[in-house]
Design a protein around this ligand. Structure first.
Ligand code: ATP
Ligand code: MG
Length: 392
């Protein structure tokens, strides 16, 4: 039997005059998430329908759509003929089959209702009358009782204009959030760790289109470390859509800091360089903000004073969506979105190279600026940026 995926989107963001814009982004993102799959797309009565895909692709279609932000929920429907003049034989047969299956794994009478939507106005019955008539089929099985408000099971029947109906019961939660692209662009500082991929996911969920920059320190960091970052980018892309990733060589900057600045300021000054370079890259790609995976107090470089010192060099707002989260909570999201296993692979990160024994935990801005004044900052930044490479 032909299956149709019904897509419902969040109502809230669709109110007001931005509706068309949001919808066009959402439709574009849905189509791009289904790249490589054959299907047709329809929009009707405030919902979308993905149809005519190969039977074997159903699982894949659902998996991909579950990751598209802006989708509130999904259902897999059976497409059947309406034939109202003959009392809906196909619809009744589908309802009975679905109901029998549900009854198999339940004891006691299952409270249910039937919800009918009717686009075909030729049918001389109201939606409520049709629902009551079809409910009789479910009731006749003996395992159900009608309960319009306290139902456990909602049999949905959408009668469309073209003589077909969609019949379904399950509602699969969607990813929620806003369609990627509706909240501008952000430049993510993507390390190989657990946190920054989660930060990207969170901002993409609020509609931000993500670009990413990774700082690598060859030969101290390996190709494997870089491949890991590319893999994390690809994993997050399943939610965030395409993410352009730039890799910036950071070794010369680290060597210069190591040579000319006090060891305990190493991390703080490194981060200041990362912010500067990320801001320039952000400007070049029309990003209005930076995004990091910082969480307050997690490590020495994530105290209020440290973030004041690093934020000092950023000319754009720095979004830190994990700031108030515990590591456990961050790890749970990483597991849910499928980045955790890749993140915990043990490859060197540029920050672990030249790691000082005792980094300052509460650096003062004045002292950091002074420590940094030994460096040719602009020149180092320019050279690193000039050597940036895009990773496909
Ligand atoms: P993560 O799990 O994201 O690596 P972390 O807990 O290891 O975070 P830090 O190493 O202090 O924390 O990094 C804080 C943030 O700085 C990261 O979340 C990331 O946004 C950014 N960052 C750190 N290292 C790099 C890097 N090599 N390239 C790009 N961004 C980085
Ligand atoms: Mg890290």
């Amino acid at each position: 039997m032909e299956k149709v995926v019904v897509i419902r989107f969040g109502e809230l963001f669709l109110k007001g005059k931005n509706r068309d814009y949001f919808e066009s982004l959402l439709i574009r993102n849905i189509k791009s998430a289904l790249r490589g799959v054959q299907f047709t797309f329809e929009r009707s009565q405030g919902r979308y329908f993905v149809e005519k895909f190969a039977e074997d692709d159903l699982g894949e279609v659902i998996e991909r759509l579950k990751k598209v932000f802006g989708i509130h929920s999904l259902s897999v429907a059976d497409k059947v003929a309406v034939r109202w003049e003959e009392d809906f034989p196909e619809i009744r047969a589908r309802l009975a089959a679905a109901a029998r299956k549900i009854a198999e794994s339940a004891d006691g009478k299952i409270p249910f209702r039937v919800t009918v939507k009717r686009a075909d106005k030729r049918i001389p019955m109201t939606s409520a009358q049709i629902a009551a008539a079809l409910g009789g089929t479910v009731l006749s099985l003996g395992a159900f009782k009608v309960d319009l408000t306290g139902y456990d099971c909602d049999f949905k029947v959408d009668i469309r204009e073209n003589g077909v109906a969609l019949v379904y019961t399950d509602v699969i939660p969607g990813a929620g959030g806003l369609p990627v692209g509706c909240s501008g662009r952000g430049m993510l500082l993507l390390s190989g760790g657990i946190d920054s991929p989660v930060a990207a996911y969170m901002m993409a969920k609020r509609g931000m289109k993500i670009f990413a920059v990774h700082f690598a320190s060859p030969p101290y960091t390996s190709d494997k470390a870089r491949e890991k970052v590319v893999e994390l980018r690809d994993l997050v892309s399943r939610y965030a859509g395409d993410i352009r990733l730039f890799v910036v060589p950071f070794t010369d900057i680290q060597l210069a800091i190591h040579k000319h600045c006090p060891a305990n300021y190493m991390i703080t000054i490194m981060r200041r360089f990362m912010m500067r370079i990320a801001c320039l890259l952000a400007d070049a790609h029309d990003c209005g903000a930076l995004i990091t995976g910082e969480s307050l107090g997690q490590v020495a470089s994530q105290t209020v004073e440290s973030m004041t010192c690093t934020g000092d060099t950023a000319s754009l707002p720095v979004f830190r969506p994990l700031i108030g989260m515990d590591k456990e909570e961050i790890m749970d999201i990483a597991k849910k979105i499928g980045t955790y296993e890749t993140s915990i692979q043990p490859y060197e990160d540029c920050c672990t190279v030249f790691l000082p024994k005792s980094p300052v935990i509460h650096p003062s801005l004045e002292a950091v600026r002074k420590a940094e004044s030994a460096l040719a900052v602009d020149e180092l930044v320019r050279a690193a940026l000039a050597a940036a490479e895009e990773c496909r």
